[in-house]
Design a protein around this ligand. Structure first.
Ligand SMILES: Cc1cc2nc3c(=O)[nH]c(=O)nc-3n(C[C@H](O)[C@H](O)[C@H](O)COP(=O)(O)OP(=O)(O)OC[C@H]3O[C@@H](n4cnc5c(N)ncnc54)[C@H](O)[C@@H]3O)c2cc1C
Length: 327
């Protein structure tokens, strides 16, 4: 019978991607109810460092394939080998980062295994059937990010596979390690790929800049008036912060979608967040409530944002920004 919560350990040039630590946190939450082992699969040219890092995160069983070559972006060949790994491991669920790599590889894996895959979950919870067995409730925004849906994998279509949005789970902290059972599948080979990398280029507007920022300056609808956004940009530059925003900022194309904060956007954990002209709707504050120091500026003294902020300034954001920029 399928057993185990299996994490896909995404890596780049022999290094574990930070999102893997978030997936291990999600797996540990699920394990509290299901009691299943936490597993990880690794497929890379150089697996040693990746395995050592997974061990420190408390993964109990690590299954690895040494690819024998750099196979990054070769999703056709990699997905075939991963499908073979999963057939051998037979986990009940697979947690995958909702990154371009995770989505591309595992949509192919799902086809090969004849199972489903839920994309872009923002929460995974355990449900219990009448017979006492468990399943995963895969919550995600849907229909143009306007409603939340819960997806449940049908019996007979296991493993339950789901991609999880980076940032929604806090990363698992490292420990000394040394406890994991490690198994190499030497009989699984990464075959030839039809994909050839011609050139690599850094992405513009990449989300990482806001996910990793210690200071985030958030703009809401109040910033849309006059030249307020230009002031906000100057302010962000002065304090060394990344710019995030609410949905109206994205709808008005002031910021890209990958800088929207909230339930259907990013979940961020900066040291300092300063928000301007944001009302504090729960769909937004869910993505920012774990900020260490939160300052909010709003003209409305009853704004809901003050419920999550540590300090509130009831004032016109234009005055606050102009005064600060004069300093
Ligand atoms: C299913 C669903 C998912 C959603 N997901 C998200 C999400 O991920 N992220 C998100 O942000 N939203 C999301 N929303 C939308 C959310 O409900 C709110 O509508 C949105 O967050 C409001 O954005 P806002 O605070 O910028 O605008 P408003 O609610 O219009 O607030 C603007 C605020 O600015 C203040 N203000 C105006 N002018 C000034 C000024 N000159 N100086 C100071 N303050 C001023 C006003 O007093 C007001 O409080 C979602 C909605 C749904 C239904």
């Amino acid at each position: 019978m399928a057993n185990g919560i299996c994490v896909y350990a995404e890596s780049y040039k022999g290094k574990l991607e930070p999102v893997a630590a978030e997936l291990v946190s999600a797996a540990k939450e699920l394990k509290k109810t299901t009691g299943e082992k936490i597993q990880a699969i690794v497929l890379a040219e150089d697996t040693d460092g990746i395995i050592a890092d997974l061990d420190k995160l408390g993964v109990e069983e690590i299954y690895a394939v040494k690819a024998g070559r750099d196979c990054s972006q070769q999703d056709d060949a990699v997905s075939k080998a991963i499908a073979e790994m999963l057939k051998k491991i037979d986990p009940s669920s697979v947690l995958i980062p909702a990154t371009p790599e995770g989505r591309s590889i595992f949509s192919r894996v799902a086809m090969k295994l004849g199972c489903g895959m839920t994309a872009d979950c923002t929460e995974v919870l355990v449900g219990t059937r009448e017979d006492g067995s468990y399943y995963i409730r895969q919550n995600k925004p849907s229909f143009g990010e306007n409603v939340f849906v819960t997806i449940i994998t049908r019996d007979g279509y296991y493993p339950q596979m789901m991609t999880i949005r980076p940032g929604v789970y806090a990363p698992q902290e490292e420990s000394a390690g040394g406890q994991a059972k490690i198994e190499y599948f030497d009989d699984i080979k990464v075959g030839d790929s039809k994909i050839e990398i011609i050139e690599e280029a850094a992405a513009e507007n990449e989300t990482g800049s806001i996910l990793g920022a210690e200071v985030v300056v958030v703009g809401g609808r109040g910033v849309l008036e006059d030249d307020n956004f230009a002031l906000l940009e100057k302010f962000a530059e002065k304090v060394g912060g990344a710019i995030g925003g609410t949905r109206p900022m994205v709808d008005s194309e002031m910021i890209p979608f990958n800088h929207q904060i909230g339930q259907t956007g990013l979940t961020i954990r900066p040291k300092i967040c300063i928000s301007f002209g944001v009302s504090g709707a729960i769909q937004h504050t869910e993505g920012i409530k774990d900020t260490k120091l939160f300052v909010a500026v709003n003209t409305d003294e009853d704004a809901a944002i003050y419920g999550v902020a540590d300090y509130g300034i009831t004032a016109d954001l234009k005055d606050v920004l102009e005064n600060y920029l004069k300093l």
